[in-house]
Design a protein around this ligand. Structure first.
Ligand SMILES: *Cc1c(COP(=O)(O)O)cnc(C)c1O
Length: 386
């Protein structure tokens, strides 16, 4: 066997390093054992401080989708109108969640897949009508588009300060620069993307304003994901609401320790460097990108097949898997036309080089004749440049 274990290069889960796996493999203790309580308290503290949150951070068992539900359920009042900015599949999922919960929901979509909703259009929409909450996707995993979050939060703070801002940061948190004090009320994420641990934890940061809004509302329909049920636990983790995922919490402690050691800014720079190197090497192999270059995301890339290259999507991705890298299929408008690469979390030069090498070998072996080294050469030069 030439490849023992293909690299996990899908947009979640991402590669889990040994020290995080060791945390997952520890002997499980009770959630109210003082040792777990101490670790959990420090974790919540770290999450609050690192991301400059004036409220609280929640760590609850579940996936990113549950974090989306938790985000909207706790800050949208019954009579609030909700505006969802959608750049693709996960933006549309957010709109579906909001409308199923019975909120009057409107969707502002990007002009086409691969572009981002325009900040000026959001501003115009909010001038036209009052919305209680606005939801945006920081990095849209289906298109590889990064929403200009900084520009957006500045616009919101100056022009629409009364509308609460909820951000799906599933594919960005812990990977690219962001701080709650930019003016975000709820930031949500999960464990298996940029944090680089196994799937299983939903993470959420709520501003003081978001917590107050929840407190002022009567009982909400949700129970497990109600802020009011979890706030006491996050403040004092010996308290009980739903049994915390003990080993996942330890794994997140280690993931956050790694983030602190590297530094958020360095981590962000590393992701942007790899993303640009990967895009350039794919382009050198003849692929085009799903996302416009000016909004291309640092953590995920959508790569589209060249016309008449003769590659069959499923067969090609199977071949890349056989060569050592697990990449994902595309969704929506891009389905069948290309593949998605997750390049987030604790990845390094070794991983990126092997990824591009696997893609290159699969191209040649499946009859798309490029010069071996065409992509790798460009990648190597990008990695040497810095
Ligand atoms: C992965 C992802 C989700 C969904 O997370 P799950 O853990 O699969 O439920 C939501 N939004 C974005 C942007 C994602 O990348």
């Amino acid at each position: 066997m030439r490849i023992r274990n293909p690299l996990v290069m899908v947009p979640g889960p991402t590669p889990v390093v040994r020290s995080i796996q060791e945390a997952l493999g520890r002997e499980t203790i009770s959630y109210n054992d003082p040792r777990l309580v101490a670790d959990f308290s420090l974790l919540v503290d770290d999450l609050v401080k690192l991301w400059r949150c004036d409220g609280i951070a929640f760590v609850v068992a579940g996936s990113g989708t549950m974090a989306m539900e938790m985000g909207i359920a706790n800050v949208a009042a019954r009579n609030d109108k909700v505006l969802v900015c959608s750049n693709g599949y996960f933006g549309d999922r957010f709109a579906d969640i909001c409308s199923r919960k019975g909120f009057e929901t409107e969707v502002l979509r990007a002009p086409r897949w691969g572009e981002s909703v325009n900040i000026a259009d959001v501003d115009a929409k909010l001038n036209e009508k009052k919305f209680g909450v606005i939801c945006v996707t920081h990095i849209e995993t289906s298109t590889g588009v990064e929403f200009p979050l900084r520009e957006f939060t500045e616009m919101m703070r100056t022009s629409h300060p009364d509308t609460l801002v909820v951000v799906d940061g599933v594919a960005s948190m812990g990977g690219v620069e962001f701080y709650m004090d930019w003016g975000v009320d709820v930031m949500l994420s999960c464990s298996q993307k940029c944090f680089g641990t196994a799937p299983g934890l939903c993470l959420l940061w709520a501003s003081e304003r978001a917590l107050e809004k929840r407190k002022a509302m009567p009982r909400i329909a949700e129970t497990y994901i109600d802020f009011e049920k979890w706030v006491p636990v996050m403040r004092e983790p010996m308290k009980y609401w739903g049994t915390p995922a003990v080993n996942m919490i330890w794994s997140l402690c280690e993931a956050v320790r790694i983030i602190k050691e590297e530094g958020l800014e360095n981590r962000s720079r590393r992701h942007r460097k790899y993303a640009s190197a990967i895009r350039r090497s794919l382009a050198a192999m003849g692929f085009s990108m799903g996302a416009d270059e000016k909004v291309a995301a640092p953590t995920v890339t959508v790569s589209l097949y060249p016309d008449n290259c003769g590659l069959d999507d499923a067969v090609f991705r199977g071949a890349v898997y056989g060569e050592g890298a697990h990449i994902a299929g595309c969704l929506g408008d891009f389905a069948g036309k290309g593949f998605r690469i997750g390049h987030m979390g604790n990845i390094d030069d070794n991983i990126v080089v092997s990824l591009i090498a696997s893609i290159e070998r699969a191209c040649v072996k499946r009859g798309y004749h490029i010069e071996p080294g065409a992509g790798l050469g460009v990648l190597q030069r990008a990695l040497i440049e810095e």
